[in-house]
Write a protein that binds this ligand. Structure first.
Ligand SMILES: [Fe+2]
Length: 235
């Protein structure tokens, strides 16, 4: 199982402060059945979180070396969780912004209040440049919570949908939970990821979320995971 959204690298954003804490998160991920993790530090232009792609690649290598040393069978890949701004396509092309594990997919952070203006146009621009946008945790956005079926519009344009595992169990409130169950019933979820930040406060739990998804979507977990790899282009 692959976790495509996880703040696992030490001392780069609001994730773990040190490598020891990173390793704690990885061990928990492993106990949940996860074998691959894409490290997705925040990238927010013009803020302290305008992270550097080369630094992310370097820290991913460090973590993989630590995992080998500790004999933990998990592989980590570099990525980013990108906050929407202008010129994103150019920034991907110039390697300033990382896609997920070197695939064509980019993880786009959805804000918690209203949706980014012109999201349709942004999706379209990515796709016409052969980049596939994945909308990160739309169930935590107020507009989608008011009308979960609205996600269809963006899926039809070609965007993929990633929800946060712990939204299923109510960690982000009743509205997010209701919304993610709504998406499940409509069968519009492409990825369930942990968005883990810490071993305690925001841990990498996923098993329970998958069984809730299975119940409401009437889908098959193994097939869902296999299709996820295919959509990412990591077969
Ligand atoms: Fe995140």
């Amino acid at each position: 199982m692959i976790d495509i959204h996880c703040h696992i690298l030490a001392d780069i954003d609001d994730g773990p402060k040190d490598w020891e804490t990173s390793l704690k998160i990885v061990r928990l991920s492993k106990s949940e059945g996860i074998s691959k993790i894409i490290a997705t530090p925040h990238w927010v232009q013009g803020t302290k979180w305008e992270t550097n792609a080369k630094e992310i690649i370097k820290k991913t290598e460090i973590l993989n070396q630590l995992l080998e040393k500790e004999d933990i069978e998990i592989k980590v890949f570099p990525g980013m969780e990108v906050a929407i701004t202008d010129r994103l396509v150019d920034l991907v092309k110039s390697d300033e912004i990382l896609t997920l594990a070197g695939t064509k997919c980019i993880l786009l952070e959805m804000p918690f209040r209203s949706l980014p203006f012109g999201l349709e146009k942004i999706i379209d621009e990515f796709l016409s440049n052969d980049i596939v946008p994945i909308l990160a945790h739309p169930e935590r956005n107020a507009d989608f919570q008011n009308k979960p079926a609205m996600i269809k519009e963006f899926v039809q344009l070609g965007a993929l949908v990633q929800v946060t595992s712990t939204s299923f169990t109510g960690s982000y409130g009743k509205e997010a939970q209701k919304c993610v169950i709504g998406f499940s019933k409509l069968n519009l979820i492409d990825f369930i990821a942990t968005d883990a930040h810490s071993p305690e406060r925001r841990p990498p739990l996923i098993k329970e979320a998958l069984s809730i998804w299975e119940k409401y979507s009437k889908g098959n977990i193994d097939k869902f995971i296999a299709e996820g790899y295919e959509k990412l282009g990591m077969i």
